[in-house]
Design a protein around this ligand. Sequence first.
Ligand SMILES: [Zn+2]
Length: 298
Amino acid sequence: MEERTCILPGGWVDAQGSVHREVRYAPLTGREEALLADNRQNQAAQVTSILSRCLKQIGTLTPISESHVQNLLVTDRDFLLLKLREANFGTQFQATIPCPWPDCGEKVDIDFSTGDIPVTASQDKGPLYTKTLSPEAAFVENGLTHREVRFRLPTGADQELISPRLSENESLALAELLARCIHSIGSMQIESPEQIENLSPLARMEIEREMLRVAPKIELNMDVNCPECARLFTVPFDLQDFFFGEMRTSRDLLFREVHYLAYHYHWSEKEIMEMPKNQRRNYIEILADEIERLNNAV
Ligand SMILES: [Zn+2]
């Protein structure tokens, strides 16, 4: 299987403080598709299982386990999904969405390349960051004023834990996320979401803005021009949804494809399951052309 490399926009920082950014990876094969078809985990956990199977090396770290992938920053995980998508299907994206203007609603084709998605690497690799709150946002407790916030950025492990809770109680889930990411405010250690809920909205806003500012970024909002009504709108592109929609082959179809290729080419199940989806589909297309040619010759 052809392996590729890429450079993470964030990076994984080891216990010695070294930053690891170069990743070696292989495309998804039928084996990962079979896993996805059976998978009932939440989406963040699925990202972890897919990445841990496809990533071969991060910096000097190899082999890659699920816990390594859980420790990657959320943006780095999205970036790697984008790279896996490129490895499996190339750089072009095509989707059809309805124009959001109520008096229009026409179907709009959007067509873009992964190269059109701006990726910004983080300057400061952390893993811990310090932000001094403004005097108005300072947290005062028992006559003590706390202003210096020490935090890290959200990782896959945070996402796995928090994302299923978002639909139950969004504000509590976000407080939990901050409680996990913030180590301390002044001399106060942060251990529970209740402490976060005691912060003023201004303090939370300053902390959240700083987290966004220092984090690596992937710009997934697309500006689209509706050809029907000529108005502009912005589409938030959901990379994970798109990725899983495209990758998830039904178990039934996957097995029929394997059977079809095994039947005509006499390859083993193991060999076929190790192919990426586009390679299987290419062989199926060649076979279809060949069968049609033979039929026409008769
Ligand atoms: Zn329109």
